[in-house]
Design a protein. Structure first.
Ligand SMILES: Nc1nc2c(c(=O)[nH]1)N[C@H]1C(S)=C(S)[C@@H](COP(=O)(O)O)O[C@H]1N2
Ligand SMILES: [Mo]
Length: 313
């Protein structure tokens, strides 16, 4: 089945009629199996008038927060479901306590942190970030968390450490997609060490002043706001310092479509759709221009000096 290009994100009523049309042709939701490309606007809050439920804060560009209902109801979490709205109900029983994160590899002080240690050791702060999904939509989310650098400093990377590898939990009991064998789980991600040490890179333990819900990656997930959303790996159980660029889930699945770096870049289209614009969930159906490095260019561009930003990487 030919995937629906993101340029066709449409207002709800048109979307519904298209869905009816596709159904009539015998296409089903299974078409979305083609990975991180199906844009599911079939969510009541998505693409509707601005509604941030009375919280009038904005990000530094003046963008209103995406409403809480959308943030916890419209999710990408392939271990649970390939659509957006089924994730939250399916993830309800995902066991998030007790929880430990093993930090190992090229470090002087390898350590396994219990979540209780994490809450004690690292002061949580709020960060309002834009999150841009590679599929062509974004949200504005008030995260709670702390810089990943604080945790890395504690374990002391050795001089040989060049990259950081992350791994999501695998729980066959509650994650229905694991057993289907469509993908190679665990979900994994990676950053270059300087990216991991950057102050914008956080480990998040909450949002909107509450602890994370399972669908958002409870109890702890990465948030890297200048990269496409899939880099922000959820429900982390392992962090490993390594000397080579690590294996990562989407890059391994489709290397021509999802680069290791995957910095948000409006000038480099995905092979199957443009990245020039996006829909901000909760801000109405109008597409807005996507910003270089998702609007964090000033803070992060120097890390990529010498790399050709017109190329896919
Ligand atoms: N383990 C895991 N982490 C993941 C994903 C996933 O499928 N599995 N999806 C990614 C994608 S594509 C996006 S856009 C964000 C979505 O985060 P949110 O649901 O909290 O908005 O999580 C990322 N982290
Ligand atoms: Mo995404």
């Amino acid at each position: 089945m030919k995937p629906i290009p993101s340029s066709e994100i449409t207002p709800e009523h048109i979307y519904r009629s298209r869905r009816k049309f596709l159904k009539a042709l015998g296409f089903t939701a299974a078409g979305t199996v083609l990975a991180a490309c199906g844009i599911d606007t079939d969510f009541p809050e998505a693409n509707q008038a601005e509604t941030n439920e009375g919280d009038l804060r904005t990000d530094e560009l003046g963008r209103a927060l995406t409403d809480y209902t959308s943030v916890i109801g419209y999710n990408n979490y392939y271990e649970f479901d390939l659509g957006k709205t089924a994730v939250a109900p399916l993830a309800r029983d995902f066991p998030v306590s007790p929880w430990t994160i093993e930090v190992s590899g090229l470090v002087n002080n390898p350590r396994t942190f219990a979540m209780e240690d994490i809450y004690q050791l690292f002061e949580e702060e709020e960060r309002i970030y834009r999150m841009r999904c590679v599929e062509g939509w974004s949200m504005v989310i008030p995260w709670l968390g702390f810089p990943l650098s604080k945790l890395l400093e504690m374990v002391e990377p050795t001089v040989d450490a060049k990259y950081v590898y992350f791994e999501t939990a695998v729980d066959e009991e509650t994650m229905p997609v694991i057993k289907r064998g469509l993908f190679q789980f665990p979900y994994t991600e990676g950053l270059r060490l300087d990216e991991a040490m950057h102050d914008l890179t956080i480990l998040s333990t909450g949002l909107y002043g509450e602890r994370l819900m399972p669908q958002n990656g409870a109890p702890i997930r990465l948030v890297v706001p200048w990269k496409y959303g899939f880099k922000s790996i959820k429900s982390i159980v392992k962090i490993k310092l390594v000397d080579r660029q690590p294996y990562t889930f989407w890059n391994n699945y489709a290397p021509q479509e999802y680069g290791f770096y995957s910095n948000v870049n409006p000038d480099v289209p995905h092979p199957r759709w443009s990245q020039a614009t996006e829909v901000i969930i909760g801000h109405g159906p109008k597409r807005v221009p996507t910003l270089m490095f998702n609007g964090y260019e000033e803070e992060v561009a120097s890390m990529y000096a010498g790399m050709d930003l017109t190329k896919f990487f």
